[in-house]
Design a protein around this ligand. Structure first.
Ligand SMILES: NC(=O)c1ccc[n+]([C@@H]2O[C@H](COP(=O)([O-])OP(=O)(O)OC[C@H]3O[C@@H](n4cnc5c(N)ncnc54)[C@H](OP(=O)(O)O)[C@@H]3O)[C@@H](O)[C@H]2O)c1
Length: 355
């Protein structure tokens, strides 16, 4: 298979390129050349894809069996790319998101759940759900039965430059008492970027099309297992101190961003923990165990160092002083009245923000 990956140097795109190379696929990447996969020799076309003339020049007369794109900006950019690639490939795989589902997302949502309204030609990428849905429409408009829309929820794994699992690993590495949110048995649904990559490549080979929710099955792992694995792989002396959700929320701590990955019980948790993934599993999705995701992310952090935080995503993590305050109240210390609220503590940070 001859594959073009639009992007291909950061988190998900890098996982796609590396998985494809390991599968013996003939891969070309296209990006601005501002970033590279260390120690990899990937043939790369250089262009700023927001400039259609530069894109056309870079692509020239080439064609591919499949294209995979991770774009998360304005739909008009992906619309222009699809237009240019229309007769150069028969399969266009797009890394979309479950954020395209309209709020409130129903329990057990499958791919027919209502989506946000969006414009495939919009030059505005500031509204994430609308931008991703607009991109889906742009891809489907050009590629129709050749358009694959992968809709992951949370993505974890090596090369994560959002700062979710890397934050937990670094926090746990520091050791001591670590504030652990809510119920350790609470389910966590995510997909390892490498499993997403493997499945998108399989889908390209099988010419699958249409939308697919892509995360692990319910019950695959829990917050307790994820954090305990982080303690083990870091070799830390960290002691996980599980705090009831209301204690953390009352302290003004924002779920999802200040304590990454954690979604408190409520409609958002119910929707995202019950999302239907039967279509993707029937179409060959496999998910590696959480131990592998955590251990490999830790190994990558140590080998390559912490990635530069993405400027287009919120920063993640909890201020150590605020963490200590909450830990102290749990063991009978001073109450937390007047604690600064650093973000929404009602769960609204997690609404439709799978990015
Ligand atoms: N993280 C999550 O939990 C989550 C959940 C659901 C969905 N998602 C989706 O997963 C995807 C993540 O993709 P990703 O990690 O591969 O990162 P990305 O930010 O989508 O892609 C970055 C890549 O695009 C290139 N690039 C950026 N601007 C460019 C431009 N103007 N022209 C040409 N190339 C450009 C970059 O290289 P250069 O800088 O060298 O150009 C880099 O290779 C996104 O689509 C996101 O919506 C994420």
């Amino acid at each position: 298979m001859r594959l073009l990956v639009l992007g291909g140097t950061h988190f998900v795109g890098r996982a796609i390129v590396e998985t494809a190379l390991a599968d013996g696929i003939d891969v070309t990447a296209l990006n601005r050349g501002l970033s590279h996969i260390p120690d990899a020799d990937v043939p790369t076309l250089i262009a700023d894809r927001t400039d259609p003339v530069a894109l056309r020049k870079a692509i020239g007369g080439m064609d591919w069996d499949a294209v995979i794109d991770t774009w998360s900006g304005a739909p008009s950019v992906i619309a222009a790319s699809c237009q240019l690639l229309a007769r150069r490939t028969g399969h266009f795989g797009y890394v979309s998101t479950q954020s395209v589902y309209a709020d409130p997302m129903p329990r057990g949502a499958d791919e027919t759940a209502p989506v946000v309204s969006a414009d495939p030609d919009s030059p505005d990428g500031s509204d994430y759900p609308a931008a991703k849905r607009g991109a889906e429409l742009a891809v489907q408009r050009i590629f129709g039965a050749g358009a694959l829309l992968a809709r992951p929820g949370l993505i974890l794994g090596p090369y994560e430059n959002v700062g979710r699992l890397p934050w937990w690993l670094r926090r746990i590495e520091r050791g001591g008492r670590v504030l652990a949110p809510g119920d350790p048995d609470s389910t966590v649904r995510y997909v390892d970027a490498r499993d997403l990559a493997q499945w998108m490549l399989l889908a390209a080979r099988r010419h699958l099309s249409g939308p697919f929710n892509v995360v692990c099955r319910p019950g695959s792992t829990t917050m307790g297992e994820l954090l305990a694995t982080a303690v083990r792989v870091t070799g830390s002396d960290a002691e996980l101190v599980w705090a009831p959700e209301d204690v953390i929320l009352d302290a003004g701590i924002a779920p999802w961003t200040e304590l990454p990955i954690w979604i408190p019980r409520g409609p958002d948790f119910d929707a995202h923990s019950s999302v239907d993934v039967s279509a993707a599993f029937a179409a060959g999705l496999t998910c590696r165990p959480v131990q592998e995701t955590v251990a490999d992310t830790w190994a990558w952090l140590n080998a390559e160092g912490d990635p530069r935080p993405r400027p287009d995503r919120p920063s993640h993590g909890l201020d150590p002083a605020r963490e200590r305050q909450v830990l102290d109240t749990l063991t009978g210390g001073p109450a937390l009245s007047g604690a600064p609220a650093m973000g929404s503590a009602d769960g609204s940070d997690v609404k439709a923000i799978w990015r």
